[in-house]
Ligand binder design. Structure first.
Ligand code: GLN
Length: 495
């Protein structure tokens, strides 16, 4: 049952071969028996109540394509009922009085929430090791990180603890964990998916999206996820092109003549040989499907790391000021006065990576450094976006390359080296800075050893980057690849 896609589960539900309640019980049983630390908050009663409501819709004939399909929500989307912690001690025990728009939409579609999944604290990280609730184990290899920050979402799909998961991507947090866990994820164009009720990290970059087994499933999920929301001031409007579309419509288009840009900067020094081997083989597969490969250059790629690690902390330092012990979550038990309460609450509530970013962000925004760092970073951000536009203007339709320079690394191997974590984001940050849609699909395996060509048990992800609003095209390309290959069907041993 749990190896079925959303599409297949939906067919079983509609033909009454399984009920939403049976499905929910099946997944809850798997979650309870799993040892990946992917789920942070599970509540059988709440889940089964939603499943019963879904079954009622089937009985009444009002079920839609996602009704009764279980979903796990990244614990950064606020949910009524289930706790929301954003992976932080700061929000330990917090229960939101309202649902995030994304959660609201999936609820309205009749999806059944299985619980909330683990993440790096406030989505800051690339390995899920910054969670205050412990790291997630990669289902493919318990010694490996699952990627981050949406490590729980990706691991839940890989271990088949859920057929669908929400995730967020600020600098790679949908694409990189999807790659490390051998599953499929898409980060839509910035502004497509509402950020209302998605706890803010870096507001000009944060974007929600789905993780699932296949591109087709991601299309089904995006159909519900995307759309204007007046409660999010950066939500793209219908006039700006944010119309709800049927993302399954182009899945079967042939790829003949598709021009794939292959950036030289994505295949240079630092790219592990096992990852390169798998990605190049995927590119060859696209040639077989009728696409042509075009050499392109994205010269500002290397600047995306310093640029992102100025802009994202700057925004985070401002966003996280709301966690002051007054309105939400944790408050220090003893304090002398208001200042002391703020200081102790924040010292106790935030983990070290979050504190580091608040300090960096405060520094780059302070008078005297603002122009040298923050304003400069904003200018480079524009140049990075211009790189992509130059490529899309006349050279290629989409861009492909690796999601990350290596396969998942060993748990604990980079924990005390923040810069090593930052460097691993090299291929995903620029897409986020430009606000473009990006996707990750499984394309092979590596072992993480130097000079090794392939094989091993750690998944490799292929990144597909499109121009603004090109989600349907990305899904079409990914779906065609998944029709021709079976990487997305592989499961970790014992699953
Ligand atoms: N790894 C990046 C960071 O640590 C991106 C995280 C994300 O996309 N949320 O900020």
């Amino acid at each position: 049952m749990h190896n079925k896609t959303i599409k297949e589960l939906s067919a079983l539900l509609h033909s009454k071969q399984v009920s939403a309640t049976e499905l929910a019980r099946h997944y809850l049983g798997r979650i309870d028996a799993s040892g990946h630390n992917a789920f942070l908050h599970v509540d059988h009663e709440l889940t089964l109540a939603q499943a019963a409501a879904a079954d009622a819709r089937f009985a009444q004939g009002t079920a839609g394509p996602l009704t009764g399909v279980p979903i796990a929500h990244k614990d950064i989307f606020v949910t009524r009922g289930w706790r929301t912690t954003a992976g932080s001690k700061m929000l330990d025990g917090y229960v939101s009085p309202f649902d995030a728009t994304v959660v609201d939409r999936f609820n309205a579609a009749g999806m059944v929430t299985l619980g909330k999944v683990n993440l790096d604290e406030f989505a800051m990280g690339s390995a899920n090791e910054n969670s205050a609730y412990g790291a997630v184990k990669n289902p493919w290899d318990a010694a490996a990180v699952p990627g981050g920050s949406s490590g729980g979402s990706a691991a839940a799909i890989a271990a088949r603890l859920a057929p669908a998961a929400t995730a967020t991507d600020t600098g790679g947090s949908i694409r990189q964990p999807a790659a490390f866990c051998g599953v499929t994820g898409i980060k839509p164009t910035y502004g497509r998916v509402s950020r209302f009720g998605m706890i803010a990290f870096a507001s000009s970059l944060d974007q929600g999206g789905p993780i699932a087994q296949t591109a087709e499933d991601c299309a089904l999920l995006l159909n519900e996820m995307i759309g204007f929301d007046e409660r999010d001031s950066t939500s793209l409007t219908v006039e700006q092109g944010n119309v709800r579309e049927d993302y399954t419509r182009d899945l079967n288009k042939p790829l003949a003549g598709l021009r794939i840009g292959v950036p030289s900067e994505y295949f240079g020094e630092g790219l592990a040989s096992d990852v390169e081997g798998a990605v190049r083989a995927a590119l060859e597969q696209f040639v077989k499907l009728g696409a042509v490969l075009v050499d392109i250059s994205l010269p500002k790629t290397a600047l995306s790391i310093p640029t992102y690690y100025i802009i994202a902390p700057a925004e985070a330092s401002s966003n996280l000021s709301r966690f002051d012990g007054v309105r939400y979550g944790h408050r220090a038990a003893e304090y002398k006065d208001l200042q002391d309460m703020y200081r102790k609450t924040r010292a106790e509530g935030f983990g070290s990576e979050v504190k580091r970013r608040i300090m960096v962000g405060t520094y780059v925004l302070c008078h005297g450094y603002y122009d040298a760092y923050y304003v400069q970073a904003q200018k480079i951000r524009r140049l990075i976006a211009d790189d992509f536009q130059a490529a899309f203007a006349d050279k290629c339709d989409v861009i492909m390359g690796p999601v990350a320079p290596t396969v998942a690394w060993d748990l604990g191997s980079k924990t005390n080296d923040p810069v090593a974590n930052y460097l691993a984001d090299i291929f995903t940050l620029s897409t986020s800075l430009a606000g473009l849609p990006g996707m990750s699909i499984p394309c092979g395996f590596g072992d993480g050893k130097e000079g090794s060509e392939a094989n091993g048990k750690r998944p490799v992800g292929l990144q597909i980057i499109g121009n603004y609003f090109a989600e349907a095209k990305l899904l079409n390309i990914a779906h065609q690849y998944q029709q021709a290959t079976d990487w997305h069907k592989r499961t970790p041993e014992g699953v």
